[in-house]
Design a protein around this ligand. Structure first.
Ligand code: FAD
Length: 618
């Protein structure tokens, strides 16, 4: 075994080039060509590959040090003479050219060097090992896809600043990576903070206050009809949004995450072009996390008329008369319906499938449907919108279906028929990234796309399109990019409809259990037997737990009722931790709370429930 110096090769006209990252440490076993350090000039960054294989015995340089040709980076105990390039074996001096079949290190750190054949990246360990190897750092001297100019470079580029993007950028920065965050909108935070979760929940809170006040009338406290100042309500909603999006700017600054504003498009697997009002620039990246989200689906054939809105328009709370039709009875449509109903609009909902919130267990939807049927003008299920015409007096809608009513005219129409991922809008093909017909970017458990140095997370990767799923994936992708061993491995991603009553579920649903033939044992607790829900005047709720019949572990849970969205977290934790009915039932829940219904549903399965009388099975 011999010690070999691994040195900086000829850098052309460059001297005293700073090291921005050291990629090896003492004890690492490396192969020929493994990246040792990343250097950055004002024109480019590049990795210096090893010219010998073996165990790293010494690392002589650190981040921030400046190097020139011949600087010794590290010393390696070469495995055998065969691992030592002939030119080095005798002298252990700096090589200018590759030897022993190893590719040459960067000759000149210019933006567009002439590439020899693309290098094959070191084989990653099989996914089944649950392992993550540090991504092979692309060598700028040998870009895989021919010559591509660039203006500047970064270790990690994150495309999109929604909950997926900003979480990934911040986590990666916390792990020591140099990060650029590219966002087309002037505000950070993506759909969720600007035109999704946050503004909708602010308005839903206002709606809840109005409805609660209204209902207290029958219990002896009358507030009178609400006086609604829409401008003030809009202003308050904007304040909430700005507080959060402004906070993100500060957090980015604190972490030295560079925010680049503009529309990003891939030009290769290592370069993204960013176009903005001030021109365009090309950013070279070693790794990239795509978090470019999704957009509202527009129904084909609809007239272009401002009275036909998507959820973003609806959050602006336009004033109108003549009733609102919500096309789509999913979560977003029903939440917006809830807001407009509370604010005094006549609301109708039309849904193509026979059930509101398709995919959710029908017993969870029923209490919501019962309540909104009594408040809304119409709920049309199993009904198709066949035609939409913009007339001076309003939007005329023609329906189709067994119970379809005659055509009607509405003041406004909200189209809430789902969202489509932005996979086809980012030039993914130029980077060689696979995109499905629907626009999703398939990923593995580490959220890696088919291109090894590019990850995809959030709405653009796969359903469900939920902010908390995006954030969870973001941490996985950022940690893997930083060289950690991580995988996206969850049993339950909770879904919440912040309607009134709320509907929340996590893990297996009864519909899925039936479809997959999974034998379950079900425990339910009706909220009519819960003191807290009675004292809130809202006893229509229900808590349902689904246990594996054999192991008795919790597989899924669903709740409908006030605050269901807060209650579901306990059950997501129970699913993740493999809790059984006894674990949940024997956990002391405070009294009187809605959370007691969770323990009650578990007790119902255990046969220990005392709050209800369930006759013993013979
Ligand atoms: C009305 C509404 C209510 C919702 N409520 C909830 C809720 O209560 N709970 C929940 O979990 N989810 C909710 N969602 C869904 C949630 O908003 C999304 O799941 C979440 O925002 C996805 O995060 P993301 O990071 O994947 O993408 P996004 O939040 O969509 O962010 C993507 C970002 O990428 C940027 N971008 C896209 N393309 C480019 C490009 N080429 N160049 C530069 N930048 C680009 C976009 O401008 C955007 O800022 C709601 C959605 C809507 C519309």
């Amino acid at each position: 075994m011999s010690r070999v110096d691994l040195v900086v090769p000829d850098l052309g006209n460059f001297h005293d080039v700073p090291i921005v990252d050291v990629l090896v440490k003492v004890g690492d076993t490396i192969e020929v060509d493994a990246p040792l350090v990343t250097l950055e000039t004002d024109k480019a960054s590049m990795d210096v590959p090893a010219t010998a294989a073996g165990r790293i015995a010494e690392v002589l340089l650190k981040r921030g040090d400046k190097v020139s040709k011949g600087s010794v980076i590290a010393r390696v105990e070469a495995n055998s003479q065969a691992d030592v390039p002939a030119s080095e074996a005798a002298t252990a001096a700096a090589p200018d050219k590759s030897a022993g079949g190893a590719a040459a290190p960067a000759a000149k750190p210019t933006p567009a060097p002439t590439p020899p054949a693309a290098p094959s990246p070191p084989a990653a360990k099989p996914e089944s090992e649950g392992d993550t190897v540090r991504m092979p750092m692309p060598n700028l001297a040998r870009p895989p896809q021919g010559q591509v100019d660039f203006n500047r470079s970064t270790q990690l580029l994150v495309l999109g600043s929604g909950p997926g993007g900003y979480t990934a950028a911040f986590r990666a920065a916390d792990l020591g990576m140099q990060v650029m965050l590219v966002e087309r909108w002037p505000m950070l935070g993506g759909v969720c903070l600007n035109v999704g979760c946050i503004p909708s929940k602010a308005l839903l809170h206002a709606a809840k206050v109005i409805e609660d006040a209204e209902e207290m009338g029958s219990r002896g406290i009358a507030f009178g009809a609400p006086e609604i100042d829409l401008a003030k309500l809009r202003g308050w909603k904007e304040t909430v949004v700005k507080k959060l999006t402004g906070g993100l700017r500060t957090l980015a600054k604190q972490r030295k995450v560079e925010v680049v504003q503009g529309v990003g498009r891939f030009v290769s697997a290592n370069v993204l072009e960013v176009m903005s009002n001030s021109g365009s620039e090309r950013i070279r990246f070693e790794q990239c996390i795509i978090a470019a989200g999704s957009e509202a689906i527009r129904l084909p054939g609809l007239p272009d008329d401002p009275r036909i809105m998507d959820s973003t328009d609806a959050l602006e709370l336009p004033e109108f008369s003549g009733g609102l039709l919500v096309i789509g009875g999913g979560i977003i449509g029903l939440e917006m319906a809830c807001v407009y109903d509370a604010l005094g609009s006549r609301v109708s909902v039309v849904e193509l499938t026979p059930q509101l919130m398709p995919g959710c267990d029908p017993d969870l939807v029923r209490p919501l449907e019962r309540r909104i049927r009594s408040r809304y003008e119409q709920i049309l299920l199993g009904t198709r919108v066949a035609r939409v015409e913009a007339l001076p007096e309003g939007i005329r809608v023609t329906f189709e279906g067994e119970k379809a009513p005659a055509p009607q005219v509405f003041g406004r129409v909200l189209v809430a028929v789902g969202r489509s991922p932005n996979g086809k809008l980012i030039g993914a093909e130029a980077a060689g990234i696979n995109v499905s017909d629907r626009g999703f970017i398939p990923v593995d458990r580490q959220r890696r796309t088919n291109v090894p140095n590019i990850f995809a997370i959030g709405d653009i990767s796969e359903p469900p399109m939920l902010a908390h799923k995006a954030m969870h994936e973001a941490k996985v992708a950022a940690e893997v990019a930083a060289g950690e061993r991580r995988a996206f491995d969850v049993r339950a991603i909770p879904s919440v409809a912040y309607t009134d009553p709320e509907v929340a579920w996590a893990g297996l649903t009864e519909i899925e259990a039936k479809a997959k033939g999974i034998a379950i044992e079900k425990g339910t607790f009706p909220w009519a037997a819960n003191g807290r829900s009675l004292s809130l005047g809202r006893d229509e709720g229900m808590t349902k737990l689904l246990f594996d019949r054999e192991s008795r572990r919790l597989l899924g849970a669903g709740i409908v009722g006030t605050n269901a969205g807060e209650l579901i977290s306990e059950l997501a934790l129970a699913i993740e931790n493999g809790c059984d009915a006894a674990d949940i039932g024997l956990t002391v829940h405070p009294h009187p709370t809605l959370s007691e219904t969770v323990a009650g549903a578990a007790d119902a399965v255990e046969g220990t429930l005392t709050d209800l009388y369930i006759p013993k099975r013979k």
